[in-house]
Design a binder for this molecule. Structure first.
Ligand SMILES: Cc1cc2nc3c(=O)[nH]c(=O)nc-3n(C[C@H](O)[C@H](O)[C@H](O)COP(=O)(O)O)c2cc1C
Length: 258
């Protein structure tokens, strides 16, 4: 009997968390704990066999964010059933789902299901604008419902092999050469405090260390003055290219074990 659900995610602008919560709703478990690894305080947990884990990662350049991969080392299962989910901005999820599934297995979890859902792109918001939509959300809940049925019988279900799309060796993890700009900042420091990689100077938030910045857009998402945004010529050109190439609607990929 599954008595708790642990959502283990990295969500900079909220869509991965929103996806995970919709899946959790479908699971129908009241005892839900959220570990959002965007903050470094949520760094470890042991999740026993009678729990269920939901790993949810955004796709960054076809991989899971390297900092999330690092922080996942603190999460350990004991043949604990798990769902593996990646969320991407309508370009592609490439090797991210395979990477996340492999990490979950290495950490002692038994993936019973996997999915790649689509959400508004956090750098180029014209891509998948308004997603997840009502149809996506229903698919997420259904994914949670069906995964719970498999978790009840995880040892038997997991005797069968389980593969997901992706290639190994994985795509090279590439940094995106774009950093948010600052206009109208009152130096409240919220962005510097919330930045997962401490790339923003707390004394002068308009100074972002481009070497450290992972372009996650968390600073844009949390700025109370809406003073952080994407911009500049490099951004405009990249945005045009992405809109031209990746605007056609994609649908979620969902797979169950057994
Ligand atoms: C640095 C970075 C790289 C990204 N790379 C991809 C990608 O390779 N493919 C894709 O479809 N979306 C990509 N996206 C879009 C995100 O995967 C998508 O917007 C996701 O929903 C963001 O999750 P969040 O709202 O939880 O931060 C990228 C976003 C960022 C910030």
């Amino acid at each position: 009997m599954t008595d708790s659900l642990h959502i283990i995610c990295f969500s900079a602008t909220g869509t991965t968390l929103k996806t995970a919560k919709a899946v959790a709703e479908g699971c129908g478990i009241s005892n839900v704990r959220v570990h959002n690894l965007i903050g470094d305080a949520e760094a470890e947990a042991h999740i026993p066999k009678n729990g269920m884990a939901l790993f949810a990662a955004p796709v960054y350049a076809g991989r899971i964010p390297p900092i999330m991969a690092e922080r996942l080392k603190g999460f350990v299962g004991s043949d604990t059933p798990a769902m593996v989910v990646c969320v991407y901005g309508n370009r592609d999820y490439d090797d991210a789902l395979l990477e996340l599934k492999s990490i979950a297995e290495r950490q002692g979890f038994l993936p019973v299901s996997a999915a790649a859902f689509i959400a508004q792109h956090s750098i180029f918001p014209q891509l998948a604008a308004g997603r997840p939509d009502a149809g996506d959300m229903e698919m997420m809940r259904e994914f949670g419902r069906r995964s719970m049925a498999l978790a009840a019988d995880a040892q038997r279900v997991c005797a069968t092999p389980f593969s997901v799309p992706g290639n190994y060796p994985y795509k090279e993890a590439k940094a995106i050469p774009l950093t948010p700009k600052t206009h109208g900042c009152d130096k409240c420091g919220a962005c510097a405090k919330g930045c997962p990689v401490h790339a923003i100077d707390p004394e002068n938030p308009s100074r972002t260390d481009a070497e450290k910045c992972i372009s996650c857009a968390h600073c844009i998402h949390i700025c109370p003055k809406h003073a952080r945004r994407w911009g500049g010529l490099k951004y405009t050109l990249a945005s045009r290219k992405f809109v031209k190439l990746f605007s056609e609607r994609k649908e979620p990929f969902i797979t169950y074990r057994g």
